[in-house]
Design a protein around this ligand. Structure first.
Ligand code: IMP
Length: 430
């Protein structure tokens, strides 16, 4: 295999950053293909924590090319800040190591203002977005009024598009949302500064990837968010505004379906969700609190406490099918040490009907009953363990049961945040 896609199979925050960072050792090129700075991938190397939001998580490996594909929505201010921080750490010193698609859409200040104002107006019914302008930017893309990097490169075109958009957005912000209107010149000048910084990276990334894949170079596609947040297949409307499934690599990076050779699904050994929306295995009592505390379950981008619950095999099974997952990486299993009993959801029940896959209606998901199976827990700490054989018997049983329920082999188990705190069951992915 020379190309591999990494996707989250839950509601995001599965630990994709760590897995991508590890796999990046074997890859030549690492590519983001959807989402934007709503993602926050945490990397811990040598005890030092780095959070990347837009630049692919492989960036800490020297000499790897990082690509931001056309399917990503880019906040240029965040991107410039991220480049600055990484350069201070000695990464991304050569501009050729970061490539940005010329057709990626720009997040504009009015997208963020609209996102935040709408959430406030929704009150109790809010989606719980990250407030980064993701939804409004994808809306403009689909409405064919978005502004792309290729537009930013030309002052005249950028000025015209900005004038047109701002007229409409300012009346929406001012009249409907009762927000402050935004100033054309200020946006124009700021975006010109961002353009000067980012222009050396802007290119036809679709063609670049095609040529590199054809040459046999190893490419890793890094998903953001998770399958249950997919705009088509997730728990709509409590989702993000992009397709998060592996198929989105074709549209979001501009490559052909035959050029995808493998898919790795990332799942926590339990489940978390941030923001609103149904979550069948959510724990509201002390068990959920224990997982949140031990797992440090607070949002990377927003700092919000994450909702925590038992492993949900229905979610993982649905996601494995949708993504064509070949193997799983199971993360944060160390957090489960100390529970005498663990529960795993094997199916749902609603009004006498059994569900083996996630139903379409958010209302049904909200009201269904999870069917649980109980497994014995383990008291041992797992963080120093590096082989499957050295895991406590009950931990191995837990992993095996997940494999059976989801029908996908587990290839990697993460027992801590650090790069080295990992059990590789099968050593190579490419
Ligand atoms: P948006 O992507 O900011 O529009 O937020 C929509 C929903 O997706 C909210 O519930 C967010 O909390 C969730 N979300 C977006 N990005 C992430 C992520 O990277 N991890 C987890 N949840 C996310």
């Amino acid at each position: 295999m020379s190309t591999v896609v990494v996707v989250g199979v839950q509601w995001g925050d599965e630990g994709k950053g760590k897995v991508v960072d590890l796999l990046a050792r074997e890859a030549d090129i690492i590519v983001r293909f959807q989402g934007g700075s709503n993602a926050g991938h945490t990397l811990v190397v040598g005890g030092k924590k780095t959070i990347v939001r837009l630049i692919p998580s492989g960036v800490l490996h020297s000499g790897k090319v990082c690509v931001i594909g056309n399917g990503v929505v880019v906040d240029p201010e965040t991107l410039v800040e991220e480049i600055d921080t990484l350069q201070q750490q000695g990464c991304l010193t050569d501009p050729a190591l970061l490539k940005i698609s010329e057709t990626a859409h720009l997040i504009m200040p009015y997208h963020k203002a609209i996102d935040i104002a709408r959430e406030r107006l929704r009150g109790e019914g809010k989606i719980g977005t990250t407030g980064r302008g993701i939804g409004p930017t994808y809306e403009d893309k689909m409405a064919r009024v978005g502004i792309r990097f290729v537009d930013l490169l030309d002052d005249k075109i950028f000025g015209e598009k900005l004038t047109h958009s701002l007229q409409e957005k300012n009346s929406y912000l001012g009249v409907i949302l009762k927000e402050q209107v935004l100033d054309y010149q200020q946006i124009f000048d700021n975006y010109r500064r961002f353009r000067d910084r980012l222009a050396p990276h802007v290119t036809n990334t679709s063609l670049y990837l095609h040529n590199e894949i054809t040459r046999g170079r190893k490419v890793l596609f890094e998903g953001a968010q998770g399958t249950m947040l997919d705009i088509d297949h997730g728990t709509y409307p409590y989702v993000t505004s992009s397709n998060t499934v592996a198929g989105a690599v074709c549209t979001g990076a501009g490559i052909a379906p035959q050029q995808i050779h493998g898919v790795i699904g990332i799942s926590k050994a339990y489940t978390t969700r941030v923001g609103s929306g149904p979550f069948p295995t959510e724990l509201f009592g002390p068990e959920g609190e224990t997982i949140r505390r031990k797992g440090g379950e607070f949002g990377t981008v927003t700092g919000r406490p994450r909702r925590c619950g038992w492993f949900d095999a229905v979610v993982a099974r649905t996601a494995a099918r949708l993504n064509g997952v070949n193997s799983f990486a199971l993360t944060k299993i160390d957090v489960l040490s100390g529970f005498s009993t663990l529960r795993v959801c094997t199916a749902y029940e609603y009004k006498g009907q059994r569900y083996d896959e996630v139903p379409a209606s958010a209302t049904v998901i909200e009201h269904l009953t999870p069917i649980y199976e109980e497994l014995s827990g383990w008291p041992e700490q797992l963080t120093d363990i590096r082989s499957l054989d050295a895991l406590p018997a009950n931990t191995r049983r837990y992993v095996e049961r997940i494999e059976q329920l989801v029908n996908v082999p587990v290839k990697m188990i993460s027992v801590g945040a650090g790069r080295e705190e990992t059990i590789l069951i099968r050593p190579t992915f490419f």
